[in-house]
Ligand binder design. Structure first.
Ligand code: ZN
Length: 287
């Protein structure tokens, strides 16, 4: 059913849990995520990557996700992730996205604020806006870069959110959710992830809006369960979901080629892999 992303997140936080958000590059994954959410009776967020939203077919995917979200038996929000191009934002919202991460975190501070304000001006009051303060290292769409061997690949932590800027940033942008950099990265972690709970705590006391943790793939469950107590109401997953699907497809492909080029059965494995991951995550974040 249709929901406002901020309402979904605040009501989860009131119950001591966080809402997982999953990047969907395709409809099969989205079906699996929504199916897992319905099974668990909990709301969920479908994320669309900006590179997806920048293409005509990507906009059609957003429209399809809108239909899927509205027909679900649990609250589902469709959010454009990490957008810095206002044209992509307005196209995605016109196609059916109800929330946008207006991401100016790689820009100078004042330019970051200006981007979020421009997004609000353009998109109007009904679109829920997340903003990001403190740059996250890594590439949202790739676990590691093409030159790195997979077994030693990973992303090192870049900057941390400056908690002294939080009050001013939230007040001036009017953002409804705030993505933070507290030792999290996009993609695969180089070494063990070390979340800076001290920095998170410092941010959490300075604002009442829900915080968002990106790059949660690879962060152990026993760490993630603490998130909601620090006002982290939304946790983004991408790498682990993709890795699981790709590993499954790699394992299953030869048998399904041999079985009369059976794409339908192969898609069943794709669905099961994504649904298992989403179900496990939903359970962890509401523990
Ligand atoms: Zn992200």
């Amino acid at each position: 059913m249709r929901t406002r992303l901020d309402c979904l997140v605040t009501s989860a936080l009131r119950q001591g849990s966080a809402v997982p958000a999953f990047t969907c590059y395709d409809f099969t994954t989205a079906l699996a995520v929504v199916g897992a959410a319905e099974e668990s009776g909990r709301g969920v967020i479908l994320l669309v990557a900006p590179k997806t939203a920048a293409t005509p077919n990507g906009l059609r995917l957003i429209s399809a996700l809108r239909g899927l979200a509205d027909a679900a038996s649990v609250p589902v929000s469709v959010q454009l992730d990490h957008a810095s191009d206002t044209r992509v934002m307005s196209d995605a919202v016109a196609a059916g996205a109800d929330a946008v991460l207006a991401d100016g975190s790689s820009l100078p501070y004042e330019d970051n604020i200006a981007l979020v304000c421009a997004a609000r001006e353009l998109l109007g009051p009904d679109v829920v806006l997340e903003a990001e303060l403190g740059g996250l290292a890594g590439d949202e769409d790739r676990a590691f870069s093409a030159g790195q061997p997979a077994d030693e690949a990973g992303v090192s932590v870049a900057g941390l959110t400056d908690s002294a800027q939080v009050e001013d940033f939230v007040a001036r942008t009017g953002a409804q959710l705030l993505a933070v950099a507290v030792g999290n990265v996009h993609g695969r972690y180089k070494g063990e992830p070390q979340l800076r709970w001290d920095v998170l705590q410092d941010i959490a006391v300075r604002t009442h809006i829900p915080l968002v943790l990106h790059g949660a793939s690879g962060i152990p469950a026993e760490e993630l369960v603490k998130a909601a107590s620090m006002n982290v109401g939304k946790v983004n997953f991408n790498t682990e979901l993709r890795t699981g699907v790709l590993t499954t497809l790699q394992e299953q492909l030869p048998a399904h080629r041999a079985d009369g080029e059976n794409l339908q059965a192969l898609l069943g494995h794709w669905n099961a892999s994504a649904a298992d991951f989403a179900a496990g995550t939903l359970a962890t974040l509401s523990r």
